[in-house]
Every structure is written in C-alpha cells, then in structure tokens.
Design a protein around this ligand. Structure first.
Ligand SMILES: NC(=O)c1ccc[n+]([C@@H]2O[C@H](COP(=O)([O-])OP(=O)(O)OC[C@H]3O[C@@H](n4cnc5c(N)ncnc54)[C@H](OP(=O)(O)O)[C@@H]3O)[C@@H](O)[C@H]2O)c1
Length: 350
C-alpha cells in the first residue's frame, strides 16, 4: 500500500483517544489526519489540549496538530470515536450521514437494529448489517466495538459456546481505573478500596451485549443468542486491565481440558487474513495457578490478546475461569482499529 488512509480521532484528548494516537502512530495502513474534542480543547494544539498520560512519547507530528471542535467539518473517510457518550450519539450519526465510516467505542449505537457490534474474530458476518444501515443513512455508517469488559467476556465465551453450547453464565468483574477515563474516580475514593458499582449501566451492558455479539444476523435482522447472563461489577485500584471471574453452564458436557483446548485453538478472520493489529492467538490460556494478573498479562500481543486462566470444573455451574482484557487496547482503541482493518480488507470503506 503506497498511500496511507487518512483517519480522524474523535474524543482525541481522552483516555481512549490517546490510545488511538499511540496505536496509530506507526500503523501500516492508517494515518492520523484530524483530531476532534470538545469546545474546551478546540483551537488548541493537541499538545496543549491533552494531558498525555501514556508511557510512550506523544508523537511529534500529532502534538502540533490543531484540535477541532464538535461543529467543525471533517474530511477523513474513517473517524475513530472515543467520544464521551453524552455527545457520541448525535455526532457519530451526523458523520455517518455525511458519508464517513465511524468506528466507535461509545455505547450509544451498539444495540441499534442495523449497527454491527463487532469482534472480528467472533462475528465478522454481522458486517452484513451495513448494507441495511447504509440504506437508512444514505451514505456512511457506524460500526461499534463492545464495552471494554464485554470484549474479554465475549471472546472467552465464544469458543465455549461454539463447542459446547452456552446455556447461562455469571461474571464478576474487577475493572481498572482507566476504564472511567481521566481523571476518573477520585483517588480518595479508590485508594485502599474496592467500589462495587460502576455507573452508566455497566452491568446491563455486560448482560445484553454478548447476546447480540454471539447471536445471528440473517434476513436483515439480528437475533440474540439464546443464553442468559448475570453480571456484578467492581472498580479496583488497577491502572489498566479488567479481570473477570466467569462461571458458565454449558448445554453439553465439557471437562476443563476440553474447554482449554477450545479456548487455545480459537482463531478467526483477523488471524487468517493477518490483519496488522490481529494477535497471533486471540486467547492465551495460562496454566500457572495464579494467572492471569493485570500487571503481568495485560500487554500480551501488544494488549490485543485476552488471557484466560484457572479453567476448572465447577459443581454449581459446570466450568469456571478467569479472563483478563486490556481495557483501553483490546477493550477500546485497539478493538476499533482491528474493526477498521477488517472493513478495509472486505472493501467496505467509503
Ligand atoms: N476508558 C475505557 O476503557 C473505555 C473502554 C471502552 C469504551 N469506552 C468509551 O469510550 C468513550 C471515551 O471514553 P474515555 O474513557 O476516553 O473518556 P474521557 O477520557 O472522559 O474522554 C472523553 C473525550 O470526549 C471528548 N468530549 C467530551 N465532551 C465533548 C463534546 N461536547 N464534544 C466533543 N467532544 C467531547 C473529550 O474532549 P475534552 O478533552 O475536550 O473534554 C475527550 O476527548 C466513552 O464513550 C466510553 O464509554 C471507554
């Protein structure tokens, strides 16, 4: 590919926006061409507008770019969105109507009837919904990635559902601070503490989104998967990486060894097509009894692999396991970039 595709980053100054800038810095296909944030940031250089909080240096080329405001016109065909959900709904819809491919992290359009809630390894066939959506918008479209916990949960459940049929599952999450954006939870609330509540309908999202993701899109409509989920969420004093204790009841019998084989062997279209951001193995099955751990395992395959460990049989459910996902990489910006890579690979970019 000789010329890179120009992309915009909406919500560029936020926790997810900064990950976009970091992950796109050396991307082989995409190049950051425009940045958008609120009126508080508009007109400033990116360096001035954003408190850069990542461990790699702020890319010089982006640092000097001027941040645009929510009313400004944009031209890049792909717009990655890390917008606050208070504004994402309307702004993303407007850009889709103007012909952009909006590849979003925000929750606003995830459950819409014609919007793919995409994990390229799990449900690439849901991209068929774009033909329906484009009839509505007349031009561009919105593609979403799931909630940051849901990506890890759905990726861990997908191979089990395919191999053994999922009947129901319960999940207890231990979610990192960066999941709340910056500055997020006040330090005096979270230091030496665990908070058993996350606002914004977090539990409801975790209970609903996997059913859409693991469901079907056929004859122009989504049919959710036929299983039930129950979630209980916690905010913990970890910087990055959401951990989940998952309990699964399956329709056919599976030993822990059977489940581990299904998880470790899981592959999808990103691996077959060797997309630039695809992890070699989407799920890393760890054997050590005390893994996965956020600090040790969240950066596997550049933060794009989900780590699973402690896969064991359970007397009440059938199986229990721990899963870990890097919430701002595989759970957000990295997921959206992989979605855009699949869109390009399938010739679906405007
Ligand atoms: N953090 C995660 O792990 C994670 C994971 C998955 C999905 N998400 C979703 O991704 C989105 C961003 O999350 P975040 O954690 O990055 O939040 P954040 O750090 O609070 O950043 C929010 C961004 O939205 C911009 N913004 C706010 N109001 C705006 C307005 N009126 N017009 C235009 N831009 C506006 C902010 O710009 P200013 O700096 O100018 O205010 C900032 O760039 C949210 O929808 C969130 O639910 C987050």
């Amino acid at each position: 590919m000789t010329q890179k595709i120009p992309v915009g980053v909406l919500g560029a100054t936020g926790a997810v926006g900064q990950r976009f800038i970091q992950l796109l810095a050396d991307h082989p296909w995409f190049e950051v061409a425009e940045l958008l944030a609120s009126d508080r940031s508009a007109g400033k250089s990116y360096r001035e507008a954003c408190v850069w909080r990542l461990a790699t240096p702020l890319p010089e080329r982006v640092a000097s770019m001027t941040v645009r405001g929510p009313e400004d016109a944009l031209s890049a065909p792909i717009q990655f969105s890390g917008l606050d959900s208070s504004v994402a709904g309307e702004l993303e819809a407007r850009l889709a109507a103007r012909g952009h491919a909006v590849v979003s992290n925000a929750r606003n359009h995830r459950m819409a009837d014609d919007v793919p809630l995409l994990i390229p390894e799990v449900n690439p066939d849901h991209l068929d919904a774009l033909a329906v959506q484009r009839k509505r918008t007349g031009a561009g479209y919105v593609v979403t990635n799931p909630n940051c916990s849901v990506i890890g949960l759905a990726m861990a459940l997908a191979p089990l559902d395919r191999a053994f049929g999922l009947e129901s599952a319960a999940v207890v999450t231990l979610q990192a601070l960066s999941g709340a954006g910056y500055p997020g939870v006040a330090s005096l609330d979270v230091a030496d503490n665990v908070i058993p509540y996350i606002g914004g309908g977090e539990e409801e999202k975790i209970e609903a989104e996997p059913r859409k993701i693991l469901g079907r899109f056929a004859a122009g409509a989504f049919t959710p998967a036929d299983f039930t989920l129950s979630a209980s969420v916690h905010r913990v004093a970890v910087s990055d990486g959401h951990t989940m204790a998952i309990f699964a009841r399956l329709r056919s019998k599976a030993s822990a060894a059977d489940a581990k084989r299904a998880l470790a062997g899981f592959r999808g279209e990103p691996q077959d097509k060797e997309l630039p951001s695809a992890p070699r193995a989407p799920i890393h099955v760890l054997d050590a009894p005390d893994r996965p751990q956020p600090r040790l395992d969240r950066d596997r395959e550049g933060g794009m692999a989900v780590s699973v460990g402690r896969v064991r049989e359970d007397g009440l459910f059938q199986l229990k396991l721990e899963a870990l996902v890097h919430n701002t990489i595989r759970g957000a910006a990295g997921a959206a970039i992989l979605n855009a890579e699949l869109l390009r690979e399938r010739g679906l970019l405007p």
